[in-house]
Design a protein around this ligand. Structure first.
Ligand code: ZN
Length: 234
């Protein structure tokens, strides 16, 4: 994705990312940006929902770096007082973390599809371990496998569990949160979508053009028309 993504794709990614569940949000954004199905195989690899969560996050971070820059910004609510706290993360520092070791015999990294299935079960954290152990070796007792696997998952991929801490500006509580790259991406896409839709709204009102026609224009041409509308010649 070296080239800047066109505005119609960005709008669609924001829309699909907003309505997706937390489990598949990141995979859905990537699939929409590429125009690929989220749960079907692609020409160059498995379905986005079958990539590891760490791989999905890496791809999202690379997209953000190319499209929105290296500062990943987002908000999370203080669990005690509800105040919205802003955090900013340096994407290049995150991407510099070493790549995770390959999957071991008898376990796989959790994927969005596993998360989605686990979220519907009675005990999601136990379910995710069972799903990740889907290819366990014969003869190994399940309980041993589960314990070993839980340790491996916690330590294997540094991007799987990035925690941020700080002090709430409102109530002074010490708070920490896990980095949710998918929801940060939806926030960045939402800000861009708001600006694009304002432009579409102004041009559609002035000229009666459809959204599709306006989005198909180059940014340069769209801006030229907007300046004409602004100067009263539209
Ligand atoms: Zn607070």
């Amino acid at each position: 994705m070296a080239r800047k993504t066109d505005d119609a794709r960005l709008l669609a990614a924001w829309e699909q990312g907003s309505i997706a569940t937390a489990a598949t949000r990141g995979a859905q954004i990537l699939a929409t940006l590429e125009g690929a199905p989220v749960d079907g195989p692609r020409s160059d690899g498995p379905a986005y929902v079958d990539l590891s969560l760490g791989t999905v996050d890496r791809l999202l971070l690379e997209f953000h770096l190319a499209e929105f820059g290296r500062a990943l910004e987002g908000y999370f609510g203080c669990p005690r007082c509800g105040e919205e706290l802003e955090i900013e993360v340096d994407i290049e520092a995150l991407l510099a973390s070493p790549p995770p070791p390959p999957e071991g015999p008898g376990w796989r990294y959790p994927t969005p599809r596993m998360l989605q299935i686990a979220a519907a079960s009675v005990d999601p954290s136990a379910a995710i371990v069972e799903l990740a152990a889907g290819h366990r070796e014969a003869g190994v007792a399940i309980d041993e496998t589960r314990v070993a696997l839980a340790d491996q998952l916690a330590n294997a991929d540094p991007l799987l569990d990035v925690q941020f801490g700080g002090t709430c500006v409102e109530c002074g509580s010490q708070v920490s949160t896990r980095l949710d790259v998918g929801s940060f991406l939806v926030a960045a896409l939402g800000e861009r979508a708001r600006r694009i839709l304002i432009e579409v709204d102004r041009l559609a009102r002035a000229y009666g053009w459809s959204e599709t026609d306006i989005l198909a224009m180059s940014a340069l041409r769209r801006r030229r028309y907007l300046s004409l509308v602004g100067s009263g010649h539209g």
